[in-house]
Write a protein that binds this ligand. Structure first.
Ligand SMILES: C[S@@+](CC[C@H](N)C(=O)[O-])C[C@H]1O[C@@H](n2cnc3c(N)ncnc32)[C@H](O)[C@@H]1O
Length: 234
């Protein structure tokens, strides 16, 4: 499973702006959707879920998020949003464990495909093939398209009151298909560290050619990659 428990508290503060921008662009690619449920796979703190709820006011939304710490932020976001978002359900199980019954109009994976090992990815493509309604669409951020070492760099810096927050990340190649990503957050005041949190996890690489050749096995699906975004239609 995932390793966000340690670092979930920092996610929106450090990555919120960038993830809001990325999610908006990803949701826009889903376009017009047929009737059915729209699924946010790996909803995290709900940044993209909010974008989906706003973009698709007539659709039920299913936010799938197995990490309990991320779900605290997700459910808080939903409870603050009021009655208009009562149609958003949250499921705490990994997507492969959910028996979907409604037609699936749209599927979004924003920064979550890296958690899917090849068999899990295969199960995801099968789910799209079996459940996506005619005219339905899935938009998937590939994010890690080759295994490369990434030296430690700061991706977030924010003063919140008297506390300065910093987000750092690095990655090491583990195998041709995996990298070890390490994310580290610091909260400092007056030069002293108040809190330090680190999470490390295996991230699965999926090159555009790999995704397209895996999806070519499914007759009902068509797929295209633009930059780091994979779009799949039925
Ligand atoms: C980097 S976060 C992305 C959160 C959000 N989509 C965003 O763009 O900010 C990746 C999320 O995927 C979730 N995840 C990992 N494996 C999953 C699975 N098998 N099914 C559903 N979600 C999963 C993790 O718990 C984590 O919250």
């Amino acid at each position: 499973m995932t390793a966000y428990g340690n670092i979930a508290a920092f996610y929106d503060l450090m990555a919120g702006e960038a993830r809001t921008r990325a999610s908006g662009a990803l949701v826009a690619r889903l376009g017009h959707l047929p009737p059915g449920v729209v699924i946010d796979v790996g909803a995290g703190t709900g940044i993209a879920t909010s974008a989906l709820a706003e973009a698709y006011p007539g659709h039920d939304i299913l936010a799938v998020e197995p990490d309990a710490a991320m779900r605290i932020a997700l459910l808080s976001r939903l409870s603050a949003a009021g009655d208009g978002w009562r149609r958003v359900s949250v499921d705490p199980r990994p997507i492969a464990d959910i028996a979907l019954s409604d037609p699936v109009a749209g599927v979004l994976l924003a920064a979550s495909l890296v958690h899917f090992a090849p068999p899990a990815r295969q199960a995801l493509w099968s789910m799209l093939d079996g459940r996506l309604a005619p005219g339905g669409c899935a938009v998937i951020e590939l994010q890690a398209m080759e295994a490369v070492d990434v030296p430690s760099s700061r991706f977030g810096l924010r003063d919140q009151g008297k506390v300065r927050y910093e987000g750092w990340m690095r990655a090491q190649v583990e195998s041709p298909d995996t990298m070890r990503w390490t994310i580290r957050y610091l909260a400092c005041e007056g030069g002293a560290i108040l809190e330090e949190a680190e999470a490390s996890f295996t991230c699965w690489v999926c090159a555009p050619a790999t995704a397209l050749s895996e999806l070519a096995n499914f007759e009902q699906l068509r797929a295209r990659v633009d930059g780091d975004v994979l779009t799949v239609w039925r």
